[in-house]
Design a protein around this ligand. Structure first.
Ligand code: NAD
Length: 485
């Protein structure tokens, strides 16, 4: 199979003919040869996007919203195919990939609604009327990671298109397949040629060229913190608008007064769903000392029963990790946990029945201390650390003892404590007595090394538009008469 770029409504190879190979995570065999974009391909894509932008920006919002709803229809009509494609390419369990396909459609419907309800402000004083108009920012560069690729692409495409931007999407090089379903969906929905473009390629080439292109005023990036830092530095000379959704090492604090049954279900799902390749994974479980031993025993027993296997089997709960390189990295963290003295109570190796493929049994480390790498660094796989705490203040201290600050989860039946802790944990998003249940209207994003800026609802529209403030004098203002005497 060959996957070309999609530029100006045409499927095209790279200008210099460069390609790269992609393998699936179950067999690790090459299944596709993909166009490897570089500066010339990005130049071409930005040129057609720039040319198409004024026409799309001039669509009234209702017309754009209608197109977005048709994109959602197109996704729903192909939901089974999208989920199968995603499972094949990423190794995500099929039942979870189906959920992600449904979420992608919902993102387009949601931003269709946001577009038509978006308002502009007016400000009045006795002498002056000011009003704000909002214009699409221009060509937006969208750079996405390999975990839940289709859903995350929709999370950027929907608000960018709703705002009236033209886009150049650079999908992750390990998982380019599901993006190749988008051109047909976009065309059928009535997106004019040139408004939506895909340039595949390696991050340091295609991605870097997009970030460096002076004709792209906005870059929305989701990926690793280290990559985010490089992108911010590369975008600085152009003063681009950046949205940075980066890594996480989110704590799940379980107090002794919590509903333990629910906390166990939720914390296991929170870290082991999506193969643990999830930015908001609650990958550090912090448990109050009174319940610590019981919790560790229960987590370990349940983790051992989590079904790891063929991602396309609906019974599978953890599939194959995306790529052998990533698999090796996750395994190196398992080794680091052992070396640093954490107590391995479940998993830690490939399940015996799965001799090939990037499989790792659900892994639980107990007695993890803040000095250990597995406590501080993002593993991005099915590995969870459990650490005891003695009181509320030490729980908060532990929760904040990483450089990340994306999400936090708090389990307690004490309402005041829930609020107190929620206000003290350094995270962009906190859930109390729940895992990550998203409300699409709310601000999504992190603090510290987890990112900069917020996406979601009106926050995304703020990013993809720019405001213009117009001040009108209703009565002549008092003006000092310089040079009059
Ligand atoms: P990554 O940073 O390696 O790659 C992400 C994208 O950036 C890819 O498309 C890649 O090609 C591109 N890229 C790489 N180097 C680049 C460069 N120099 N210039 C421009 N583009 C470049 O991340 P990944 O490994 O694909 O994804 C996993 C990471 O994403 C994890 O850290 C995870 O926490 C994070 N993530 C964050 C969120 C969030 O919303 N905060 C959501 C999902 C994933």
């Amino acid at each position: 199979m060959r996957l070309p770029h999609y530029i100006g409504g045409m499927h095209v190879p790279s200008a210099d003919g460069a390609e790269f190979e992609v393998a699936d995570p179950v067999t690790n065999k090459v299944y596709a040869t993909v166009a490897a974009g570089g500066e010339r391909d990005i130049d071409d894509a930005v040129a057609v996007a720039t040319a198409a932008f004024p026409r799309w920006a001039a669509f009234d919002t209702r017309r754009r919203a209608t197109v977005l709803n048709r994109i959602a229809d197109g996704i729903e009509a192909r939901a089974a195919k999208i989920a199968e494609t995603e499972t094949f390419d990423t190794g995500l369990p099929i039942t979870q990939a189906r959920g992600q396909a449904a979420r992608a459609a919902e993102n387009f419907r949601f931003f269709a609604d946001v577009a038509v309800t978006m308002h502009e402000d007016a400000f009045r004083t006795p002498g002056q009327l000011g009003y704000v108009t909002r214009d699409p920012a221009g060509v937006a560069g969208l750079i996405t990671p390999w975990n839940t690729p289709f859903m995350l692409e929709s999370w950027k495409l929907a608000p960018a298109l709703a705002a009236g931007c033209a886009v150049v999407l650079k999908p992750a090089e390990w998982t380019p397949l599901s993006a190749s379903l988008l051109p047909e969906i976009m065309t059928e929905a009535g997106v004019p040629d040139g408004v939506f473009n895909i340039v595949h390629g390696i991050g340091e080439q295609a991605g870097a060229a997009l970030v460096a292109h002076p004709g792209v005023p906005r870059i929305s990036f989701t990926g690793e913190t280290t990559t985010g830092r490089l992108i911010m530095a590369a975008a600085a000379p152009h003063l681009k608008g950046l949205s940075m959704e980066l890594g996480g090492k989110s704590p799940c604090l379980i107090f002794a007064d919590a509903d333990l049954d629910k906390a166990v279900d939720s914390s296991l799902f929170g870290v082991f769903s999506l193969n643990g390749e999830r930015c908001t994974a609650g990958s550090r479980i912090l448990a109050e000392r009174q319940i610590y031993d019981e919790l560790v025993t229960r987590l370990a027993a349940r983790a051992k029963r989590i079904r790891v296997g063929d991602p396309s089997d609906p019974k599978t709960e953890i599939g194959a990790l995306v790529h052998p390189e990533h698999y090796a990295r996750v395994l190196s963290y398992v080794q680091a946990g052992r070396d640093e003295g954490a107590r391995l109570v479940a998993g830690g190796a490939r399940p015996a029945k799965l001799p090939t493929g990037n499989y790792l049994a659900a892994t639980v480390f107990a007695d993890v201390t803040p000095g250990m790498r597995i406590f501080r660094e993002e593993i991005f796989g099915p590995v969870v650390c459990v650490t005891p705490f003695d009181n509320e203040s030490s729980a908060i201290e532990l929760a904040n003892a990483t450089s990340y600050g994306l999400a936090a989860y708090i389990w307690t039946s004490d309402l005041s404590r829930a609020h107190r802790v929620a206000h003290s944990v350094q995270s962009g998003m906190t859930w109390v007595n729940s895992h990550n249940v998203r409300d699409l209207r709310t601000p999504f994003g992190g603090v510290k090394s987890s990112g900069l800026g917020r996406e979601g609802g009106p926050h995304s529209l703020d990013f993809y538009t720019q405001t213009r403030m117009v001040h009108i004098a209703l009565t002549p203002p008092k003006t000092p008469r310089f040079g009059s005497e």
